[in-house]
Ligand binder design. Sequence first.
Ligand SMILES: Cc1cc2nc3c(=O)[nH]c(=O)nc-3n(C[C@H](O)[C@H](O)[C@H](O)COP(=O)(O)O)c2cc1C
Length: 260
Amino acid sequence: MITIDARKCARDGLCVQACPVNLIRMDGGAVPEEIGGAADRCIRCGHCVAVCPTNALDNALTPAEDYRPVPEDRPDAEAMENLLVSRRSARAFRNKPIAREQLERLLEAARRAPTASNAQQLSWTMIRDPQRLDRVRELSIEWMSGNPARSHYVETARQGRDVILRNATALAVVHGPADYLWTAIDGTIALTYMELLAATMGLGTCWAGLVTAASAAIPDLLPALGVPAGNKVGGAIMLGHPRLKHLLVPPRNAARVTWL
Ligand SMILES: Cc1cc2nc3c(=O)[nH]c(=O)nc-3n(C[C@H](O)[C@H](O)[C@H](O)COP(=O)(O)O)c2cc1C
């Protein structure tokens, strides 16, 4: 799996330090080598290749042509903090679809989000078809109708307000194996990547928690969300061109922290 060009290798042991599952060893000043059975345990994270400053190491499971240089132009801490505090949920959207290229750009960012053991078990449905969105609304309302605690939503929906999708023009649904421990967490992180990038693109997002909750209770909702049998919803966000511009950053609770 791992090949090392002895002429280029600086014997600095960086690849040994980088491997999260300890598949590379280096004895003394020798060229590092992979341990037995490494190919079965490699999580394809690419760190061994990415940290080698002399380009000496190749990993057959993550081919060299699939790497690209780390971009130098990254937001500094202040720019990132400004993004984080100014991101808001959007609940009023213009009646204008998001261009497919923009949605593809969001998916490109989301697939870069970390996943447990780099397992990358997530799949996506990007729903834009108005009739399909209507069906999702309808089934989610059906779920809420059986729950007295949510009767106010049902009442508001009866008055013609879209309490489920807020008239968003797209719904991004992430899903993964139903019996997989990390489907919801990996999905949530990926959607968070998507949401933050969307904010920088002038798009509005809002977590569709009601749809996610309903999907676990209403069997018909899974096919409506394009989720195949055996998979569950890991999260969903509404997307669209926002109607409202937030001029202020609202207060939030101070962090409750225990320093030990
Ligand atoms: C897991 C989760 C589920 C949510 N579900 C919904 C939802 O179904 N509908 C909705 O309008 N907002 C939903 N929200 C948005 C929250 O109400 C919102 O994030 C919160 O009020 C804070 O506002 P902000 O996002 O503008 O900071 C959800 C948020 C999260 C994190």
